[in-house]
Write a protein that binds this ligand. Structure first.
Ligand code: SF4
Length: 333
C-alpha cells in the first residue's frame, strides 16, 4: 500500500517541573512509542478517552509539538524524509502538505480579522502575491465548503459553530494539503450539523484525494467514515485494524468497553455496557505491566507485571494488531 507517513517509535514526553528552582521531577508520557503507517487516501481514526494522547499524537505528526524520540517519515514517489530532523525553515514545504482542523474553530480564527484576513495568511506565505488572486482562491474555497464567497468579508462572530468549522476546513484546504489531521473536528457541533460537516469532509476527500487522521473520542462517528481505526490508551496504540473488523471482532478489552457505550440501531447487536471505572491514570506514573490493568475487568495476574506488546494477528485473512495478554490464549482469536 502507498504510505504517506510512517511513525516509528514516536514519543512525546514533557518534563514536569516543580519547586522554586523548577527542577524536573518526572515526565508526562503523552505519546509513548507509537509505530504506525498512514496510507495515502485513507481515513485513519484515532480514538480513546480524553488524556490518552491522541491530540498530542496528531500535533506531533505535524510538528506542532516536538517529539522527544522517534521518527515521522513523510513518503512520496520522490523522497522519504524524517520530519523530526528538520528545523522551522526545513518544515515549510511539509507544512503545506500536512494541515490540521481543530475542535474549536472559534478560538483558531482571529476575532479581529475578517474571514478573508484569516484565510489569506497561508496563501501569502506560500507565494500567492496578488490580493485579487487571493480573493478568488478564498471565494472558491468558501464555495467548496458550501458557503457564499461574499462571506469572506464577515467576522467569525457572525457565523454559527457549524459554519465556523467549515471555514476552518477551508483554511486547512487553502494551500492544497495531502493530509489533514481532524482533531475532534465535529465534537463541539450538534448531531445534525456533525453529519453535514462529516459529509463535507468525505466529499472533499474524494475531490481532492486527501488523507485524514480523524481524532475523536466518539466511536459512533468513526464507524461510518474511517477505513482503519487505531485505539489509544495512555500514549500507546492498543488496537489497530480495519474499521469494520474493529466493530465486528474486537480483541482488546479497552476497545470493547469503549464500543459498549456506543448506541446501535439494531438492539440485538447492543452489547452489555462495560463501565470503565475511574479516569485514565496519570501519564506521569503509568501503572506497571499493562497500563490498562487497574481498570480492566479481564485482567489476569501477569497483567500487573508484564507489558503486552502490540502484536499482529491475522483474523479472517486481515491484519489486526492488539496488545493484550489474553489475545495470546488459544481460544481468543
Ligand atoms: Fe486487560 Fe491484561 Fe489485556 Fe491489559 S493485558 S487489556 S489488563 S487482559
Amino acid at each position: 500500500k502507498d504510505v504517506i507517513l510512517k511513525l516509528r517509535d514516536l514519543k512525546a514526553h514533557f518534563p514536569v517541573k516543580a519547586g522554586v528552582f523548577k527542577r524536573t521531577v518526572g515526565h508526562v508520557k503523552a505519546v509513548d512509542g507509537v509505530d504506525l503507517d498512514i496510507y495515502r487516501g485513507e481515513v485513519l481514526g484515532v480514538v480513546g478517552e480524553s488524556g490518552c494522547g491522541k491530540t498530542t499524537l496528531g500535533k506531533a505528526i505535524l510538528r506542532l509539538v516536538e517529539s522527544s524520540e522517534g521518527q515521522v517519515i513523510y513518503c512520496s514517489d520522490d523522497e522519504q524524509r524524517d520530519l523530526t530532523t528538520l528545523d522551522n525553515e526545513g518544515m515549510v514545504p511539509y507544512r503545506k502538505k500536512l494541515q490540521i482542523v481543530f475542535q474549536d474553530p472559534h478560538s483558531s480564527l482571529n476575532p479581529a480579522f475578517t474571514i478573508f484576513g484569516s484565510l489569506e495568511d497561508p496563501l501569502k506565505k506560500y507565494g500567492v502575491k496578488s490580493r485579487a488572486e487571493r480573493r478568488k482562491i478564498i471565494g472558491d474555497l468558501l464555495e467548496a465548503v458550501n458557503m457564499r464567497p461574499e462571506y469572506m468579508d464577515r467576522y467569525p462572530h457572525e457565523f454559527s459553530g457549524g459554519q465556523r468549522q467549515r471555514i476552518g476546513i477551508a483554511r486547512a484546504l487553502s494551500i492544497g494539503p495531502e493530509l489533514i489531521v481532524c482533531d475532534e473536528a465535529v465534537s463541539a457541533l450538534d448531531v445534525s450539523i456533525q453529519a453535514q460537516v462529516l459529509q463535507l469532509l468525505m466529499k472533499l476527500k474524494q475531490e481532492k484525494n486527501l488523507t485524514y487522521v480523524f481524532i475523536t473520542h466518539d466511536l459512533s462517528v468513526t464507524e461510518y467514515i474511517c477505513d482503519r481505526i487505531a485505539v489509544m490508551y495512555l500514549g500507546r496504540v492498543v488496537e489497530l485494524c480495519d474499521s469494520e473488523e474493529l466493530y465486528n471482532h474486537t480483541l482488546h478489552p479497552y476497545t470493547r468497553a469503549l464500543l459498549s457505550a456506543v448506541p446501535v440501531a439494531d438492539l440485538d447487536k447492543q452489547t452489555d455496557r462495560i463501565v470503565l471505572e475511574g479516569d485514565v491514570p496519570s501519564p506521569v506514573n503509568p501503572p506497571s505491566g499493562c497500563p490498562f490493568h487497574p481498570r480492566c475487568q479481564s485482567a489476569i495476574e501477569r497483567c500487573k507485571t508484564d507489558v503486552p506488546k502490540l502484536k499482529r494477528y491475522e483474523v479472517d485473512g486481515r491484519d489486526h494488531f492488539a496488545s493484550c495478554h489474553l489475545v495470546d490464549l488459544p481460544e481468543a482469536v
